[in-house]
Design a protein around this ligand. Structure first.
Ligand SMILES: Nc1nc2c(ncn2[C@@H]2O[C@H](COP(=O)(O)OP(=O)(O)OP(=O)(O)O)[C@@H](O)[C@H]2O)c(=O)[nH]1
Ligand SMILES: [Mg+2]
Length: 371
């Protein structure tokens, strides 16, 4: 390990004692997996908003409080292991890191995704050069890394300007990669801000790509909604409000925001009136559920799935008449999900497609339309 890298890491408690990477070479782990957790890097120039993103999404900091955050001067690692599917480490890298001179092998070798944050309110030309440098270095170390570009702080831009900025950044960064002979690398772009739900949505999409069981989860959700008269279903990590899967119909931001608000509501009410005494554990258990009727004839229905997972569904009021069928289908869904968890745990995160399919086949759902 180079001394540069040593200096860059925040020492002490947040790092494993054996930070020599010996123990990370677990044979069962894929190249991106470390102790069963995928590593995600947050990179970008100073004050682009990396630490704010981490604090707002995973530590419930209010966006206004981020105004007082100090610059990060060492890589800080956060373990995220809320639900069985959300198992990763977020590495917040300092903006002043010398991107020319850092130890790329050490940083990228076991990384699943790099999130490169660009301040869209600032001049981003220099950031695009850095993006190019980071992407090419990372790709040379690890060809499996996914590159996610957050065009960030878009709350400060006019609506028309947002798409134009993203288009410009997209165009320039792809041209730069082409010039460097790396046109086969795919970059994904997201317009984000900590002042609305866009940052949660973008992180959901980034994280979903790293969940090997995603197709299985999507399939299970499709079966559930098709047989229950549900219009849209999200599987939420209630702590971060990241949705780890949804059915295959398109996501519209408004539905997602409604579901996020419902998760907040249930967690807040459970926290205030629930029985759990420990402040760290939300009072959210196997009996947690909530139903909200909107004046548009739509129903929001939340059911607990796992300790930190909830299913939130949107459906027409008429379709909720057969609540028993929906509840029965939900129990089948939960059981199938449990099997996916078990398979994942057995295979240490590697996933076994054959067995996943088997768990779908075992899903004995009842068709709501059949009457
Ligand atoms: N308007 C707006 N400001 C933001 C947003 N995200 C972060 N900021 C502000 O940007 C400033 C810098 O945020 P940080 O999170 O400290 O930036 P950083 O990338 O971690 O910076 P370094 O640690 O120095 O690399 C803070 O004042 C935040 O309040 C956003 O979405 N919109
Ligand atoms: Mg920071």
């Amino acid at each position: 390990m180079s001394s540069l890298a040593e200096e860059q890491f925040e020492g002490g408690d947040s790092f494993p004692k054996d930070f020599g990477y010996g123990s990370y070479d677990d044979e069962n782990s894929g190249p991106q997996v470390q102790n069963g957790k995928t590593r995600i890097l947050l990179m970008g120039h100073r004050r682009s908003g990396k630490t704010s993103i981490q604090k707002v999404v995973f530590q419930k900091m209010s966006p206004n409080e981020t105004l007082f955050l100090e610059g990060t001067n060492k890589i800080t690692k956060e373990d995220i292991a809320n639900s069985s599917f959300l198992q990763f480490q977020l590495w917040d890298c300092p903006g002043q890191m010398d991107f020319q001179d850092f130890d790329a092998d050490l940083i990228f070798a076991k990384c699943g995704a790099v999130i490169f944050v660009i301040d869209a309110q600032d001049d981003y030309m220099e950031a695009l050069n850095t993006l190019n440098l980071v992407v090419t270095k990372a790709y040379n170390v690890n060809k499996n890394i996914r590159f996610e570009v957050f065009v960030h702080k878009v709350d400060g831009l006019y609506e028309d300007n947002k798409m134009e900025t993203q288009r410009d950044i997209h165009q320039r960064s792809n041209d730069d990669l082409l010039d460097a002979g790396y046109d086969h690398i795919t970059l994904s772009f997201h317009l984000t801000s900590i002042y609305d739900h866009s940052i949660f949505e973008a992180l959901s999409k980034v994280i979903q790509k790293l969940i090997p069981q995603l197709p299985t989860l999507e399939n299970l959700l499709n079966i559930l909604i098709n047989n229950s008269g549900i219009e849209k279903a999200f599987l939420f990590d209630v702590v971060s409000k990241i949705y780890i899967a949804t059915d295959s119909s398109p996501v519209d931001m408004q539905s997602y925001e409604l579901c996020c608000d419902m998760v907040d509501l249930v967690i807040d009410i459970s926290g205030i009136y629930g029985l759990e005494e420990s402040p760290d554990v939300p009072a959210f258990d196997s009996r947690s559920s909530s139903l909200i009727k909107l004046n548009s004839g739509t129903i929001l229905y939340l059911r607990e799935v796992d300790r930190y997972l909830a299913l939130v569904c949107i459906l027409r009021e008429d379709n909720f008449e057969k609540q028993g069928v929906i509840n029965y289908n939900f129990l089948c869904f939960r059981e199938a999900l449990q099997q996916v968890f078990e398979i994942r745990n057995k295979s240490n995160g590697a996933g076994e497609p054959g067995s996943d399919t088997e768990s779908i086949e075992k899903l004995g759902v009842v068709n709501n339309h059949a009457g």
